[in-house]
Design a protein around this ligand. Structure first.
Ligand code: TXA
Ligand code: MG
Length: 316
């Protein structure tokens, strides 16, 4: 098991030595290494058992630092960074040569993001390099939203876990790419499309590509717990209430299943609260003796789109 603490100097020391440190962000915990140190980055892939064709997001303290890694910043990307960074938005921009090919899986774009978390921002401001950091979970599993989640699965593979408490947003960043100023969403996430479109204009959305080797976050099966999941409306799920099931419901419990096997994401029907609770709910049910998880789809607006996207991939 790794040490968990709030010691930024220790984190800085370890990262400088090329070691892995788990860092809190507003979305999920990241498994971080010096983005410019290829050997350190290689350790990330090993620890997660992540295929090398899956590129990493690079994290920095501000737009000025991001620009040192980008060959060019499309005008819209710059506007978005100015408005939403620090925040749950990853921008795919043409990379400079100093970014190792290992980080971008050989692509000529790099995913950049400035995370909105006080402790990690303080760390990034103190480092002379940026941090490559995928979510701190074994490849294909649910992302971690607490230091304990990280410790349970990767505790023997990271040097230190920086404790930033429970993640506020709870689902990964929204990923946007640009082609001649036309923006495309490659992953729905913590920043809703409704907030982006006033700046980007109508967005293209390209979430699936069955054979795309460049973005496994787009794989139809990802973010998945071990147990099987059945997805649907409350009415649809009702048909399965005779099973030894646990539930993840939006606002109200499913009739016919004991309360101690049910998790309500947000009694008041708040999609932000539901997003924050989603991954912890999947992990909690995965640890119980139930046979199957019944999960209710939420309204397909705002963060609801990203929640449903994660549920569909988890169920696939
Ligand atoms: O919220 C987040 O984005 C979290 C926190 C830690 O920042 N990070 C995260 O990283 O979710 P990860 O590695 O689990 O997911 C990153 C996704 C992957 O699906 C990857 O394929 C895609 O971003 N990606 C990264 N760089 C890319 C690039 N240059 N082109 C296309 N997709 C890229
Ligand atoms: Mg991930």
């Amino acid at each position: 098991m790794a040490d968990i603490g709030k010691d930024i100097h220790r984190a800085k020391q370890l990262l400088t030595e090329g070691k892995l440190v788990a860092i809190p962000t507003e979305t999920v915990y990241g498994l971080a290494a010096n983005a410019l140190n290829e050997k350190a980055v290689l350790e990330i892939f090993k620890a997660k058992n992540r295929p090398h064709f899956d590129p990493l997001i690079v994290h920095m303290a501000n737009l000025a630092q991001a620009e040192t890694l980008a060959y060019a910043f499309p005008e819209k990307a710059k506007l978005l960074a100015q408005k939403f960074w620090p925040g749950p938005l990853t921008l795919l921009v043409p990379k400079k040569e100093i970014v190792p090919d290992l980080v971008t899986s050989g692509l000529n774009t790099v995913g950049l993001r400035c995370p909105d978390h006080a402790l990690t921002l303080q760390l990034l401001q103190n480092l002379p390099f940026s941090l490559a950091a995928p979510s701190a979970n074994p490849f294909g599993y649910v992302s971690p939203t607490t230091p304990q989640h990280v410790n349970e699965q990767l505790g023997d593979k990271v040097a230190y876990i920086l404790d930033g408490g429970e993640c506020r947003v709870g689902i990964e960043s929204t990923i946007l790419g640009f082609d001649n100023e036309q923006a495309t969403v490659f992953r729905l996430g913590g920043l809703a499309i409704e907030q982006l479109e006033p700046i980007t204009g109508p967005l293209h959305i390209q979430l699936h590509s069955s054979s795309n080797p460049h973005a496994p976050g787009q794989l139809q099966s990802h973010y998945a717990p071990v147990k099987k999941i059945i997805l649907g409306t409350q009415l649809y799920l009702q048909a399965y209430s005779k099973l030894h099931a646990g539930t993840i419901m939006f606002q109200k419990a499913l009739p016919g299943i004991p309360a101690n096997r049910q998790i309500i994401l947000s009694e008041k029907g708040d999609l932000e609260e539901a997003a924050q609770n989603l991954f912890a709910a999947l992990r909690a049910l995965d640890k119980t003796s139930i046979d199957i998880i019944l999960a209710e789809l939420v309204p397909e607006v705002g963060l609801g789109r990203a929640i449903n996207d994660r549920l569909r991939r988890a169920a696939h």
